[in-house]
Design a binder for this molecule. Structure first.
Ligand code: FA5
Length: 338
């Protein structure tokens, strides 16, 4: 027969734990703390020791549970003692270090995508709604893709070394270059795929232009290409108008001015009117039959249109930026506005 029931034992333990906690909390100096330690944790006559002896008087079945509670209580009182020791060692410092919840918090600063990256993604989204798939091409190009396949012959001034970044690396006899336009991607896609085609390509291009408010030696273009049966200039204008209205918001007028590009016929300059001002955004036209032939398409079976716009120019227009060089000055005060 057990002399002590489990309930009695547990009540004993809880009582001791509460008393120890109160005594240690109240200890304001080393002497009081040491007295509490001896009273509760003392190895010979501590009160915990006394309770431990009671364990022997419990029924065998209750011993594991009782033992566990005993160990928990001992660990808790020991931890409390360590905390009091730390509190007393730290002196008054601990009270002063407590947190002043009335102070304003430190604001967390979030970054965001560069306005040109945001513009690129937005353009891709808008064009996707018209079924234009986003594709990319290399920035280091050969002369076939940058010029020849686009009907820009050897004598054309656009190939002038002063107007291009030619590299000291050649493929065959022709030096490679940093592409001067994204029209290269038109060729790369048409060489690999059969019509119908709707693609859009946004990426960096390079020209040794002197930097000013509307020019930068590295800039981005958005190239669009659609090749399908029965395509006309009217489709081109509708797509550009939809694009401009979606991108800039509101009703944007699109104007074509006659122009010349070796790879489109007819060719036009694309101006957009928004907020009362006309701005040149890029070039466009119907894909020249010579280009369709160069990539193995039948110009009698399909027609297509292509356009190329300056991304910095359309971004500047949208955000009211007067000088595109601001996009590349890395001034956080400027960039965080977007
Ligand atoms: C072209 O590059 C043609 N590939 C566009 C094209 C595509 C025509 C498809 C027909 C069919 P252009 O050289 O005009 O065209 O350049 C197009 C646009 O790029 C310009 O209107 C302008 O918005 C932008 N651009 C040109 N040079 C710079 C520069 N240095 N810095 C910033 N933007 C520029």
């Amino acid at each position: 027969m057990a002399d002590v029931s489990l309930d009695e034992f547990l009540a004993e333990i809880e009582g001791l734990r509460a008393e120890a906690s109160a005594a240690l909390d109240a200890a304001t100096d080393e002497v009081a703390m040491e007295a509490a330690r001896i009273e509760f944790l003392g190895a010979r006559s501590g009160r915990l020791k006394a309770i431990q002896k009671m364990l022997g008087s419990l029924a065998a079945a209750d011993k594991p549970a009782a033992g566990k509670h005993f160990n928990d209580a001992k660990a808790a009182i020991t931890a409390l003692l360590a905390a009091v020791q730390e509190r007393l060692a730290g002196g008054t410092a601990t009270t002063i270090e407590s947190i002043d919840v009335t102070l304003p918090g430190e604001p967390v600063r979030f970054g965001h995508l560069h306005p040109i990256t945001q513009t690129i993604r937005r353009v891709q989204e808008i064009m996707a709604r018209l079924g234009f798939e986003s594709v990319t091409g290399p920035e280091v190009e050969d002369q076939w893709h940058n010029f020849e396949a686009l009907a820009i012959g050897t004598e054309h001034p656009a190939r002038d070394p002063l107007d291009n970044f030619y590299l000291a690396v050649a493929r065959g006899a022709d030096p490679l270059l940093l592409r001067s336009q994204t029209s290269t991607v038109q060729i790369r896609v048409m060489e690999k795929r059969k019509p119908p085609l709707r693609i859009v390509s946004l990426g960096r291009v390079y020209r040794p232009d002197t930097a000013d408010a509307t020019h930068y030696p590295m800039f981005h273009q958005v190239e669009g290409l659609l090749v399908e049966q029965g395509t006309t200039m009217a489709h081109l204008k509708s797509v550009l108008r939809f694009f401009a209205s979606s991108f800039l918001g509101g009703d944007v007028k699109v104007r074509f001015r006659p122009s010349f590009f070796p790879f489109t016929e007819p060719s036009v300059e694309v101006d957009m009117e928004w907020g009362g001002r006309w701005i040149e955004m890029g070039g466009a036209g119907m894909v020249d039959p010579a280009v369709l032939e160069a990539v193995g398409y039948d110009p009698d079976a399909v027609t297509g249109f292509a356009f190329g716009l300056g991304v910095e120019r359309i971004a500047a227009r949208k955000y009211g930026v007067a000088d595109i060089r601001d996009f590349y000055r890395n001034d956080v005060r400027f960039l965080q506005q977007f």
